[in-house]
Structures are given as structure tokens and as C-alpha cells.
Design a protein around this ligand. Structure first.
Ligand SMILES: *[C@@H]1O[C@H](CO)[C@@H](O)[C@H](O)[C@H]1NC(C)=O
Ligand SMILES: *[C@@H]1O[C@H](CO)[C@@H](O)[C@H](O)[C@H]1NC(C)=O
Ligand SMILES: *[C@@H]1O[C@H](CO)[C@@H](O)[C@H](O)[C@H]1NC(C)=O
Ligand SMILES: *[C@@H]1O[C@H](CO)[C@@H](O)[C@H](O)[C@H]1NC(C)=O
Ligand SMILES: *[C@@H]1O[C@H](CO)[C@@H](O)[C@H](O)[C@H]1NC(C)=O
Ligand SMILES: *[C@@H]1O[C@H](CO)[C@@H](O)[C@H](O)[C@H]1NC(C)=O
Ligand SMILES: *[C@@H]1O[C@H](CO)[C@@H](O)[C@H](O)[C@H]1NC(C)=O
Ligand SMILES: *[C@@H]1O[C@H](CO)[C@@H](O)[C@H](O)[C@H]1NC(C)=O
Length: 405
């Protein structure tokens, strides 16, 4: 016969065993969780992250806004006016991208190409692709820019040649041509036959996304870390276009950062680095604030005033200037000329948000707001992106060049 005392003793024994087991689980849960996480997140042909990485399962949209220059007549009449722009759009495209030609390397890296397709979404757009938009002709300013170190006498000749094809520096074209279809510029057709016309654009048309739809190699070939050896390097780019460097000097020319889809979770690191092939460099985003997206907690990272600096505010960003002491543009616009076939192209945040006041003084019609910040929210346990506002503006630098009208 078992006395009541023993029974309760047994129960208590069970109880404390459960408590001890519970304590063990509590103490060891994070390491177990991390090892589970590593095996499902580290990229292998069979990991659960692989499918998501290869073809993003959620819809993605490219929203394009175009500036229409509204006072062309006044400018051409040589009135003393500021260039005035009106924002049109968005012209919305659904983006489908897939990693192709995937090759697993033995050194914990994977080699791949990024193939992207875009499909116009008329219902989500404000405006039609046939809207006629007037802006600076990139081909004309590229010719002038590439002659900027020549003597005025030479430039007078080039100028009169350009004038055979173009009556002004402006061009009017439908939105579709500015974006994907390309603008047929006669200068591009003849450039190859004219030795004194330095036009390094290797396309027969000009458009900001021309020749990119469906292209496998436009974005270049990537070699990315799979995180199977060192989990903290998951998703980090090792090589881009077969090199660990781009053309920028020093630290600015390093190939580093995530390509955007995979991030090693580090629970609140002060900054994340994203590599942007469109800029041929990376962007550092600093920790901004905790966010909740559809009930899931995460941390928002955002670009601050350091993002397109070139040494004016942050000395370590001086390597984005061609050489120390060179004639660089004020802070807030990144020189991507060598990434854009020698065009005088500069990348900024939309509406030159956060840029030096010099820029708005030259341009009317910009309305920068905090909505124009470049932002990224990550779930902190898996590093999965929750919300992304990857937004950039491309600008053309137009300066007087001796000999050009
Ligand atoms: C763009 O501006 C020009 C004037 O420069 C105007 O004629 C044209 O209608 C504008 N386009 C749109 C789509 O508003
Ligand atoms: C052009 O306009 C600005 C401001 O309206 C004025 O300061 C400047 O003197 C004018 N320039 C000429 C050449 O009239
Ligand atoms: C649509 O574009 C027009 C300019 O063409 C602009 O005035 C209007 O605010 C835009 N609407 C939306 C919802 O963005
Ligand atoms: C890893 O292997 C790839 C393919 O063989 C090679 O291109 C790359 O240089 C290697 N990376 C490192 C860091 O050794
Ligand atoms: C991109 O290519 C696909 C397939 O060829 C086509 O259906 C789609 O309309 C193209 N998109 C654009 C914006 O031209
Ligand atoms: C980059 O590549 C060069 C030559 O290919 C090599 O000497 C150098 O160590 C590499 N740098 C890094 C950071 O891997
Ligand atoms: C801006 O972000 C950069 C990159 O994360 C960081 O180094 C810098 O300290 C930040 N600046 C400020 C004022 O927070
Ligand atoms: C932009 O970069 C190109 C190529 O590195 C250089 O030749 C040019 O002088 C730079 N322009 C400015 C305004 O910094």
C-alpha cells in the first residue's frame, strides 16, 4: 500500500523533472533554433531558402516616374528661367526575376545570373505609356560631355555635326520609349562610322531600361556566398562580373554586401550593406527603427545623408570622387558615368531627397519628402525582407562646354 505522502512525493518528483527539462529547453532553445535556422536558410540545392531565392514567390513591382520639362520654349527662347519639371507616373511594371545558369562552387559560393522580365500594369499606373514626355536628350549630352576636355575649335565642328540631327538638347518621346522600347537616335546610328564622334554607347537605341527585358547577362554574373561554411556570410556577394572590385577607388570599389534577397540574421546589427549593380557599388543602410509588417516584427534600415556623399560630409566617402581634390558635384549625387557608358549620369534619391541645396537651386518642381528615403525592413530571426522601398533617381549633368551651343 502506498501512503499518500509517497504519492505526492512522486508527483513532485515528476513536477520538478518537468521543470528541469523545461529549464534545459529554455536554456538550449536559441542554439537549437539557430542550428535549425542555419540548415534551412544556408543556401544549398535542397534548402528551404533555395526556392524563394531562385524565384521570389511574392509579386514585385517597378514603379517608374518620369520628369517632363514643362518650360522648354522659355529655355530655348533664352529667357532667364530655371529648368522646370513636372513628375508623371507612376508607370507600373510587374517584375518577375529568376536566377539562371546556377552553378554550385566547391568554395561555399554559388555562381548565377539574374534574368528579369517586366510586364506593364495599366490598372496600377497613373498615365499611359503613350504619354509624350520631354526631357534632356541623353545622347546629345553624352557627346558633349565626352568632348569636355577638347579645344573649343574642335567642339564647334562636333556641335555643328550634332545640329544636323538635333535642333536642341531636348527630345520628346513616349514614356514607353524612354523606358523599355528605346528612342531611335540618328546619332547612335552614325556614331560608329564617324571617328571624331566619341559615343561609347553600345546600343542602337537609347532607353533607361532598353535591352534589359529578359536579358540574362545585363546585370552581370554574380558569385555569392551560400553561408554553408560561415553562416554570417550568407547572401554576401564575393565577385561581380568576375572581379572583387569595381572602378571606384579604394574602399568604394569593393564588391560587397547582399544582393538583396538573403541576409544572415544578426538580430539588430547597426547597418546592412546592399550591392546595387545599377550603381556598380554598394549602399550602407543604417538601423532606423523597429517596425511591424502585417503582424511580423522587424527592423527598418534606411539610407541617411551619407549614402551619395563623396567626401563633403563623410571623409571615407571621398573615394567616390574621381581623384582627391577633383571637381566633384556636391553631396547627394553619385557619379555613375563609368557604369553608364560615359553618359554624365548621376544617381540620387528621388527628388534629390537629402541632397545639397545646390541641386534644388538649379531645378524647379521637386518635392522631396521622407517618403523618398531608400528603406528596407528585415525580419530579425530569418533575415527575410519584409518591406522594401528601393528607390533611386537618375540625373543627367548638363554644363556649358566651350564650343557647344
Ligand atoms: C510635357 O511637357 C510639354 C511641354 O514641354 C507638354 O507639351 C506635354 O503635354 C507634357 N506631357 C504630358 C504627358 O503632360
Ligand atoms: C536671372 O534671374 C535671377 C533671379 O531671378 C537674377 O538674380 C539674375 O540676375 C538674372 N540673370 C540675368 C542675366 O538676367
Ligand atoms: C497622376 O498624375 C498626375 C500628373 O499627370 C498627378 O497630378 C496626380 O497627382 C497623379 N495621381 C496619383 C494618384 O499619383
Ligand atoms: C570560388 O569559386 C569560384 C568558381 O570556381 C571562383 O570564381 C571564385 O574566385 C572562388 N572564390 C573565392 C573567394 O575563392
Ligand atoms: C518583356 O518581355 C516579355 C516577353 O517577351 C513581354 O511579354 C513583355 O511585354 C515585355 N515587357 C516590356 C515592358 O516590354
Ligand atoms: C581581390 O582579387 C585580387 C586579385 O584577383 C586579390 O589579390 C585580392 O586579395 C582580392 N581581394 C579580396 C578582398 O578578396
Ligand atoms: C549614416 O549611415 C552610415 C552607414 O550606415 C553610418 O556610418 C553613419 O554613421 C550614419 N550617419 C548618421 C548621422 O547616423
Ligand atoms: C564622373 O566620373 C567620370 C569617370 O570616372 C569622370 O571622368 C568625370 O570627371 C566625373 N565627373 C564629375 C563631375 O565628377
Amino acid at each position: 500500500m502506498v501512503s499518500p505522502g509517497v504519492k505526492s512525493g512522486l508527483l513532485m518528483g515528476f513536477g520538478s523533472a518537468l521543470v528541469v527539462f523545461g529549464a534545459v529547453v529554455v536554456v538550449y532553445w536559441p542554439p537549437i533554433f539557430m542550428s535549425q535556422l542555419k540548415s534551412s536558410m544556408a543556401l544549398t540545392p535542397t534548402s528551404s531558402s533555395f526556392g524563394i531565392w531562385r524565384e521570389t514567390p511574392i509579386p514585385m513591382f517597378l514603379e517608374c516616374f518620369l520628369f517632363n520639362v514643362s518650360n522648354v520654349d522659355d529655355i530655348l527662347a533664352r529667357k532667364n528661367v530655371t529648368l522646370e519639371v513636372v513628375q508623371l507616373g507612376p508607370y507600373v511594371f510587374r517584375e518577375v526575376h529568376e536566377k539562371v545558369n546556377i552553378h554550385w562552387n566547391s568554395n561555399h559560393t554559388v555562381t548565377f545570373y539574374n534574368q528579369r522580365y517586366w510586364y506593364f500594369e495599366p490598372e496600377m499606373s497613373n498615365g499611359s505609356l503613350s504619354d509624350v514626355i520631354t526631357n534632356i536628350n541623353p545622347v546629345v549630352v553624352t557627346v558633349a560631355y565626352s568632348m569636355r576636355h577638347q579645344r573649343a575649335a574642335v567642339n564647334v565642328l562636333v556641335d555643328s555635326f550634332v545640329r544636323l540631327f538635333h535642333s536642341s538638347v531636348f527630345v520628346a518621346a513616349p514614356a514607353s520609349a524612354w523606358l523599355f522600347d528605346g528612342i531611335d537616335d540618328p546619332l547612335l546610328d552614325v556614331a560608329n562610322d564617324i571617328p571624331f564622334l566619341p559615343l561609347p554607347i553600345p546600343f542602337e537605341k537609347f532607353g533607361w531600361f532598353y535591352a534589359r527585358n529578359g536579358s540574362i547577362d545585363f546585370d552581370g554574373v554574380f558569385v555569392m556566398n551560400t553561408g554553408t561554411e560561415d553562416f554570417s556570410r550568407l547572401g554576401m556577394l564575393e565577385l561581380w562580373r568576375n572581379s572583387n572590385r569595381t572602378f571606384y577607388r579604394g574602399e568604394c570599389g569593393e564588391v560587397k554586401g547582399s544582393t538583396g534577397e538573403l541576409w544572415a540574421p544578426e538580430l539588430g546589427q547597426p547597418e546592412v550593406v546592399i550591392f546595387a549593380p545599377d550603381l556598380c557599388t554598394y549602399m550602407a543602410l543604417s538601423k532606423d527603427k523597429p517596425v511591424e509588417v502585417e503582424g511580423i516584427e522587424g527592423v527598418q534600415y534606411a539610407a541617411n545623408d551619407s549614402v551619395f556623399d563623396n567626401g563633403h560630409k563623410y571623409p571615407r566617402m571621398a573615394c567616390y570622387c574621381d581623384s582627391p581634390g577633383a571637381d566633384c558635384v556636391p553631396a547627394g549625387a553619385l557619379n555613375v558615368s563609368r557604369c553608364r557608358y560615359g553618359a554624365p549620369a548621376f544617381v540620387s534619391l528621388p527628388h534629390l531627397y537629402g541632397a545639397d541645396p545646390y541641386f534644388p537651386s538649379k531645378l524647379a518642381g521637386l518635392h522631396p519628402t521622407p517618403e523618398h528615403r531608400f528603406r528596407l525592413s528585415l525580419e530579425m530571426y530569418t533575415g527575410m525582407p519584409l518591406q522594401v522601398s528601393a528607390q533611386l533617381q537618375i540625373n543627367l549633368l548638363v554644363r556649358h562646354i566651350a564650343g557647344f551651343t
